[in-house]
Design a protein around this ligand. Structure first.
Ligand SMILES: NC(=O)c1ccc[n+]([C@@H]2O[C@H](COP(=O)([O-])OP(=O)(O)OC[C@H]3O[C@@H](n4cnc5c(N)ncnc54)[C@H](OP(=O)(O)O)[C@@H]3O)[C@@H](O)[C@H]2O)c1
Length: 237
C-alpha cells in the first residue's frame, strides 16, 4: 500500500523540496499551495519524471480551503499517513519597541493557527492510517535555549513576532504529542536555508534544509514523538 503524504506551502522552497524527496520514495504526495497556478505548475514539474505528485488547493489561513482539501484526500484515499505543516511566513521585521498586536496577526494566522487548523481538520484521516505522523516545520528561532545562546546565529536576530510564533508552534507540538499518542508529532528546524523567506541569504541549500523534515516524515514505528530536531539531532526547546 502506498504511503500518502501532504505538504503545506509546497509550491517553492523547503516544502517543494520535501515533496520531491517524499515522492522519490514512491509515495503519493499531495502538494498543498494556496495559489492554484503556481501550485499546479510545481506539481506538474515534480511529477514530470513519473513521481506521484498531485496538487491540492490549500490556504492554511482558510477553514473553507482546508476543509475542501480534506474532502479531496478523503475521496481519493480515505486516509493520510504523513502531514508536513510547512507553510510559514516571517510576518515582516518591526523593531520590538515598535511592535504592536496588529504586527502579530498575519504571522500567527499562518505559523500558529495554520498548523492547528490543518492538523485538526486532517485528524480523522490521520487516525485511519496505520502509522500516522505529523511534522511541524518550526525554526531554531522558536527555541528559547537557541536564541539566548551567544554562540548561535539565531541569538543575534531580535524580533517579537516570528520567533514567538515558532515558540508557540513548539509548545503546540509537545502538547499534541501528549494528547495524541497514536500519532508521531515532531517539530523540526531546517536551519538557515536559502529561500524566498530570507531573500536567499540562508547558508544551507533546500536539499540540506529539507533533510530533517524528510527524516521525521519517514520515521519508523519506534521513532520519537513530541521532539524537536535539527539535522544533528535533538534541539533544546
Ligand atoms: N528558510 C529558512 O531559513 C527557514 C529556517 C527555519 C524555518 N523555516 C520554515 O520553513 C518553512 C518553509 O519556509 P521556506 O524557507 O521554504 O520559505 P518560502 O520559500 O517563502 O516558502 C513558504 C511557503 O509557504 C507558503 N505559504 C505562506 N502562507 C501560506 C498560506 N496562508 N497557505 C498556504 N501556504 C502558504 C508560501 O506560498 P506562496 O508562494 O503562495 O507565498 C510558500 O510556498 C516555514 O515554516 C519557515 O518558517 C525556514
Amino acid at each position: 500500500m502506498k504511503t500518502i503524504a501532504l505538504v503545506t506551502g509546497a509550491n517553492k522552497g523547503l516544502g517543494k523540496q520535501t515533496v520531491r524527496r517524499l515522492a522519490a520514495q514512491g509515495w503519493t504526495v499531495w502538494l498543498g499551495a494556496r495559489d492554484p497556478e503556481r501550485g499546479a505548475a510545481t506539481a506538474r514539474e515534480l511529477a514530470a519524471g513519473g513521481a506521484d505528485v498531485r496538487y491540492v488547493a490549500l490556504d492554511v489561513t482558510s477553514d473553507e480551503s482546508v476543509q475542501a482539501a480534506v474532502k479531496v484526500l478523503d475521496a481519493e484515499h480515505g486516509r493520510l499517513d504523513a502531514l508536513v505543516n510547512n507553510a510559514g511566513i516571517t510576518g515582516g521585521r518591526v523593531a520590538p519597541a515598535e511592535t504592536g498586536p496588529d504586527d502579530f496577526r498575519a504571522c500567527y494566522e499562518t505559523n500558529v493557527f495554520g498548523p492547528v487548523r490543518v492538523t485538526r481538520a486532517f485528524l480523522p484521516l490521520l487516525h485511519r492510517s496505520t502509522r500516522p505522523r505529523v511534522v511541524m516545520v518550526s525554526s531554531g528561532m522558536g527555541s528559547l535555549a537557541v536564541t539566548t545562546d551567544p554562540k548561535r546565529l539565531e541569538s543575534g536576530i531580535v524580533s517579537l513576532v516570528y520567533p514567538s510564533s515558532k515558540a508557540a508552534l513548539n509548545m503546540i507540538t509537545s502538547q499534541y504529542a501528549k494528547a495524541l499518542p497514536d500519532i508521531k508529532i515532531n517539530a523540526v528546524d531546517p536551519g538557515y536555508t536559502a529561500t524566498d523567506l530570507n531573500a536567499h541569504r540562508g547558508h544551507k541549500t533546500v536539499e540540506q534544509g529539507a533533510e530533517v523534515i524528510v527524516r521525521l516524515a519517514t520515521i519508523s514505528a519506534d521513532g520519537p514523538t513530541g521532539g524537536y530536531f535539527d539535522e544533528d539531532g535533538p534541539l533544546p526547546w
